[in-house]
Design a protein around this ligand. Structure first.
Ligand SMILES: Cc1ncc(C[n+]2csc(CCOP(=O)(O)OP(=O)(O)O)c2C)c(N)n1
Ligand SMILES: [Mg+2]
Length: 316
């Protein structure tokens, strides 16, 4: 993989990691009404996958973290304003981090009812096939979410219709506190692809280059009109399900953080490739801090949503 592209993935991952840490700090200090499901450990995978897509392609994201939005170009201020319930957010501060819709950046939302996104993304795929052939849509979802009925019915339809849909499963081994092995009959989610006649691929989600490569193939296939691919990235959820999760069900939590974090691994790969050194790293860290603190200051100064806006943007 092109080292310049790898460096871009690292840079965005670093920004996402530091930004998320700041959001968690603010939420724990009671400075934010909202919170998030930490994406730490999964950013490299999410960003590598998005890097293999074009700017005019679409995504529906999973609930884990903020890296998807950062990779697509949503501003830190807009993301934070959504979490803070303030003006200046993509969803007018009404949806928190789980309902970011940012159409100019190709983000078509998530689904608070996990798995709702499968059928929405297939609807998007139908529209793209008719109106914008050559563009693709990716739905990012977790291993637990793959057990929803919507996964199966939508994948069948996407396969029959050869829709430009990519199913991207981030298998982190847990749904909240439930290990995948006790909720899911197959060890590899990707094996389910066979039931729908589409390619199913397992990839090491901690390996940016490998993720980029499988995603590139899936995107090419979808663009060419050959239909969906089910990608399963084995990833590591470094922290708990949500920010205050004590993880009593996971005694090895500290070891996981110390040994399974893909970010230092990617950093070392880049150092070995000669495209990253201490000076550049310090510069990237400082640049991330500056962007984050600018966003924090802007959002702190922004007004809370006016109460009378509560009944706007509703459908009945
Ligand atoms: C239909 C539905 N069921 C349950 C929930 C509550 N819930 C939120 S996140 C989550 C775990 C999902 O696990 P997974 O899909 O593996 O994603 P991960 O959290 O591991 O990233 C659950 C059960 C929900 N939001 N929607
Ligand atoms: Mg999971």
């Amino acid at each position: 993989m092109n080292p310049k592209l790898m460096l871009d993935i690292f840079k965005t991952s670093l920004l996402a990691r530091r930004f998320e840490a700041r959001v968690i700090q603010m939420a724990m200090a009671g400075e934010l009404p909202g919170s998030l499901h930490a994406g730490a450990g999964q950013e490299v995978c999410q960003i590598a996958a998005i890097t293999a897509m074009n700017k005019d392609d679409y995504i529906l994201y999973g609930h884990r973290g903020v890296a998807y939005m950062i990779a697509r170009g949503t501003s830190l201020t807009a993301i934070l304003a959504d979490i803070a319930g303030k003006e200046g957010a993509t969803s007018r501060g009404k949806g928190g981090v789980m309902h970011v819709v940012d159409v100019p950046h190709g983000i078509l939302g998530e689904s608070g009812t996990l798995g709702g996104g499968f059928v929405i993304s297939v609807g998007v795929g139908m529209a793209l096939k008719r109106r914008y052939p050559g563009r693709v849509v990716t739905y990012f979802f977790g291993d637990g979410t793959s057990n929803r009925g919507t996964f199966h019915e939508s994948l069948n339809w996407a396969a029959v219709q050869k829709l430009p849909c990519i199913y991207f499963c981030e298998n982190n081994g847990y749904a909240v506190s439930v290990p995948t092995s006790t909720s899911t009959a197959v060890p590899d989610i990707s094996a389910r692809a066979a039931g729908y006649g589409v390619p199913g691929v397992v990839v090491d989600g901690n390996d940016a280059a490998a993720v980029y490569e499988v995603m590139q193939k899936a995107v090419e296939r979808a663009r060419a009109g050959h239909g969906p691919t089910l990608i399963e990235a084995k990833v590591t959820r470094l922290f708990g399900h949500y920010i205050a999760d004590q993880q009593t069900y996971r005694p090895d939590a500290a070891t996981v953080i110390a040994t399974k974090d893909p970010l230092p691994k990617l950093q070392q790969t880049l150092v070995n490739a000669g495209v990253l050194n201490d000076t550049l790293l310090a510069q990237l860290e400082a640049d991330a801090q500056r962007q984050i603190e600018e966003a924090v200051a802007t959002v702190k100064a922004a007004p809370l949503l006016a109460p009378e806006t509560a009944l706007q943007d509703l459908y009945a």
